[in-house]
Write a protein that binds this ligand. Sequence first.
Ligand SMILES: [Zn+2]
Length: 92
Amino acid sequence: MANGKVAQASRRPLIDLTGQRFGHWTVLQRAPNGPGKTTRWLCKCELCGREVIVQRNNLTNGKSTRCGKHRQLQAQEAQLLRVSRIARGIVK
Ligand SMILES: [Zn+2]
């Protein structure tokens, strides 16, 4: 049978994300696969210049937009904002 489709279906093509930007990430290069054969990429956080390996899924679905350092900062800022709103009577 002259059917080449079967052989191709078992191989998922790798989407090259090098140079693409997701939030504050810039993708530098391919990183070794993570547990469960997750595709991962080495990304650079433009906010602090840190280079971190990020799962491709987290990049493409918008879950990860910067390194963990800022997530923590953001949580603190949100908490401070909330406290100040409560103090001004905006939030009960
Ligand atoms: Zn950062």
